[in-house]
Design a binder for this molecule. Structure first.
Ligand code: GAL
Length: 389
């Protein structure tokens, strides 16, 4: 029987090197991230995978056709690094590509799938992110993902398979059957509000394509980066406000995306930690049934094109996660009529509401709750039904 805790059952949680460090990675950095994960409560909050993204190998395979870890960046080798991570009670992730080369021009796994999967298993890899650059144009993406899924399955190790084809080729229609545990559904995120908003809005009508065993990956989190990337595209300056990062995290939790941290956790400030480690938001994300959320009254007449909406996720214990989002400009009142949840006055129920970021009970409400939400901010509630008598 499948249970929570099995590979890919809930949206994976962890850290990935790409957003902040891109090419500038090495084993000391990875070890330090693992140390921080333990010392600062990330592991205990549920974050488990530490993933090295692109740029970890040499530009050429060795004479036997094996991938070789760059000896300058990883002098101790990948096995020792995996051991270090495992000793901390964490899991180790690496990256390759369905094409002949990775996006940064390192060797990819095209036509090397089975030997590479064996190599990853020998190193102790628990998670493989699999990109889509330099895929021969005539090759079918579904076939290539299926081939690597089979190779991993035959590697002798339980390895989470994270597909990354940026939402192309209608991936949501076939990736579940190809064997991925999570799949990127959008282009790369950037450390700015417009990027967060664009990704979230583009996935709202895709909620039926995410769930247990295969989760819609809206890309790594930019929470807490504050313009800290070493890469111009992702964002070297500015970043987002704390409210924008909070809203970003809440959207990813409510919409069932994996939660892969992308900031430098060694430098994370208190506001960043309060968001990433919020137990009530993580509980919504990791609800064992991984149901999609639905939108209540998208753009009702009185909200117009304001960018305001309510997302609802029914949790496995019967409680409701309710997110009031204001992605538009200016403070707005966002109303929720309980009949839209199926909770009519006639059914005799009230909703007892708890504010997940504010960490306080708001009281018991009938028929309606209206949230006043600042621009680019959100209010995330848990609702418990209470019946008369
Ligand atoms: C992109 C991918 C990014 C990152 C990058 C590495 O295709 O979407 O998340 O992995 O490649 O080159």
């Amino acid at each position: 029987m499948m249970t929570a805790g099995q590979t890919g059952f809930c949206p994976p949680m962890g850290w990935n090197s790409w957003n902040t460090f891109t090419w500038d990675i090495n084993e000391d950095l990875i070890r330090q991230v693992a140390d921080v994960f333990v010392a600062e409560g990330y592991r205990d909050a549920g974050y488990e995978y530490i993933v090295i993204d692109d740029c970890w190998s040499l530009k050429e395979r060795d004479a036997k056709g094996n991938l070789v870890a760059d000896p300058e960046k990883f002098p101790g080798g990948m096995k020792a690094l995996a051991d270090y991570i495992h000793d901390k009670g964490l899991k180790f992730g690496m990256y390759s590509c369905a094409g002949t080369h990775t996006c940064a021009g390192y060797p990819g796994s095209f036509e090397h799938e089975f030997e590479d999967a064996r190599q990853f298993a020998e190193w102790g890899v628990d998670y493989l992110k699999y990109d889509y650059c330099y895929k021969p144009r005539t090759m079918d993406g579904e076939l290539l993902y299926r081939r690597m899924a089979l190779a991993l399955r035959n590697s002798g190790r339980d390895i989470l398979f994270s597909a990354c084809n940026w939402g192309e080729d209608n991936v949501h229609g076939w990736i579940r059957s190809a064997g991925a545990h999570m799949y990127r559904s959008t282009g790369d995120i950037q450390d700015n509000w417009e990027s967060i908003k664009k990704i979230a809005l583009s996935q709202i009508d895709k909620m039926s394509y995410t769930g247990s065993f295969c989760h819609n990956d809206m890309d790594m989190l930019v929470v807490g980066m504050h313009g800290g990337s070493n890469n111009d595209f992702i964002g070297k300056i500015g970043g987002c406000t704390d409210a924008e990062y909070r809203t970003h995290f809440a959207l990813w939790c409510m919409m069932g995306s994996p939660l892969m941290i992308g900031c430098d956790v060694r430098e994370a400030d208190e506001a960043t930690k309060a968001v990433l480690l919020n137990p009530d938001l993580i509980r919504i994300s990791q609800d064992p049934e991984s149901r999609g959320s639905y939108v209540v009254n998208p753009e009702p007449q009185w909200l117009g094109n304001s960018g305001c909406f309510v997302l609802v996720r029914v949790l496995s214990d019967g409680e409701l996660a309710i997110g009031f989002f204001n992605l538009g400009e200016g403070r707005r009142e966002i109303p929720l009529q309980f009949w839209d949840l199926g909770i009519t006055y006639g059914c005799g129920a009230a909703l007892s509401l708890y504010d997940c970021f504010g960490q306080k009970e708001l009281g018991s409400f009938r028929e309606r709750f209206a949230a006043t939400v600042e621009s680019h901010d959100c209010l995330i509630l848990r609702g418990r039904l209470q019946y008369d008598g």
